[in-house]
Write a new protein. Structure first.
Length: 122
């Protein structure tokens, strides 16, 4: 397997419906919180020091694709996926993650969900 075949997962920061930044993620743990040392540090008093954890692991059947799980780390104000409070949930392309006033959307470069890609076998 070549590195370029691995799925590229991006976490896109959404403000007022527009993408203002994006973060590339790869296999492993990705922490979100107010404290220094988090993969994504959110400087907001409503965000817990250790707020949430994203875990990206290769899929058992398609190892070039990553399965993503989000887990709330006992935060004060909760972690939301598609506006539903979650303790732990598998997430996928297009899902919206909300932590206090921050909204992020998961973008999987290899996902065909919601795209207009045409495929015509020859």
């Amino acid at each position: 397997m070549h590195d370029r075949e691995l799925t590229l997962i991006k976490l896109k920061h959404i403000v007022n419906g527009a993408v203002v930044s994006e973060i590339d993620m790869s296999a492993g743990d990705f922490t979100i919180g107010r404290n220094h040392g988090n993969s994504l540090q959110l400087d907001d008093g409503d965000v817990s020091g250790e707020h949430a954890l994203l875990t990206l692991v290769p899929n058992n059947f398609l190892p070039e694709q990553l399965d993503i799980t989000i887990r709330d780390l006992g935060s004060t104000n909760g972690t939301y996926v598609n506006n539903i409070a979650v303790k732990e949930k598998q997430i996928k392309h297009g899902d919206a993650i909300r932590i206090c006033g921050y909204e992020y959307r998961v973008f999987d470069d290899q996902s065909n969900v919601g795209t207009q890609t045409e495929y015509s076998p020859q």
